[in-house]
Ligand binder design. Structure first.
Ligand SMILES: N[C@@H](CCC(=O)N[C@@H](CS)C(=O)NCC(=O)O)C(=O)O
Length: 225
């Protein structure tokens, strides 16, 4: 069932990893939607009226704003047929817990390419390596998707993380995926999955490259070296 009676519009900026989650869920669930990109450096006045945290993305549902990724993702899942969460309450809670873990990985990944502090750069590299190790050793089950053979909300959360790391690895070998076959399988499944591919604009890779280079950071100096 598609929510044809409601109008969905996402407001975001083109490279935002959080909007990729929303789009992957919207696409997976066949929900018709529009997307409007704004410049986060000089957002339009109306943006402050719809975004109490002054962050993107915001989902407008018949013009009414909904912020925060997890809330938005679960709302979209609940108002359409079928669920992209496990049905068992414990399994669902486990998914939510690892989604929180993924949020931390995402935010550390952002720090990784924006920090200009050498000590911090090393700290985050080590911390991310530990987190990917934990995913490999304590969490993943060797299945293509997190819960088996079906795409779920948690997959929509980790896909943008993997997309960032594929881009970063072109310029610096962090070794995050070395000897981690389950992590590699999950990453490769997600990045070749239709809803994930379509969750970014066609010129995303180039735009991301330009954005990464523009940072005044340790990572951008490695890109330019
Ligand atoms: N917790 C928020 C995080 C969203 C977020 O951090 N968005 C970034 C862009 S990708 C943002 O708007 N940053 C602007 C700022 O922090 O001022 C969510 O899950 O939607």
């Amino acid at each position: 069932m598609v929510m044809e009676e409601k109008k969905f519009e996402l407001v975001s900026f083109a490279l935002c990893p959080y909007v990729q989650r929303a789009r992957a869920i919207l696409i997976e669930k066949n929900i018709k939607h529009d997307i409007k990109f704004i410049d986060l450096d000089s957002p339009p006045e109306w943006f402050f009226d719809i975004s109490p945290m002054e962050k993107v993305p915001v989902l407008l549902v018949d013009g009414k704003p909904l912020f925060e990724s997890m809330v938005r993702g679960e709302y979209l899942d609940e108002v359409t047929e079928g669920s992209l969460h496990p049905l068992d309450p414990f399994d669902k809670a486990v998914n939510r817990a690892w989604i929180e873990y993924g949020n931390t990985i995402l935010s550390e990944t952002y720090d990784l390419f924006t920090t200009s502090d050498e000590k911090r750069f090393k700290q985050i590299t080590a911390s991310l390596d530990e987190k990917f190790d934990t995913l490999e050793d304590e969490c993943l089950q060797g299945t293509p998707f997190f819960n088996g053979d079906k795409f779920a909300i948690i997959d929509a959360v980790y896909a943008p993380v993997f997309r960032f790391h594929i881009a970063l690895a072109q310029y610096n070998d962090f070794g995050f995926f070395d000897d981690r076959p389950q992590l590699c399988l999950w990453r490769d499944t997600l990045l070749s999955y239709d809803a994930v591919i379509k969750s970014v604009p066609e010129d995303y890779a180039n735009e991301l490259d330009v954005y990464l280079r523009k940072q005044d950071s340790i990572f951008s100096s490695k890109m330019k070296a």
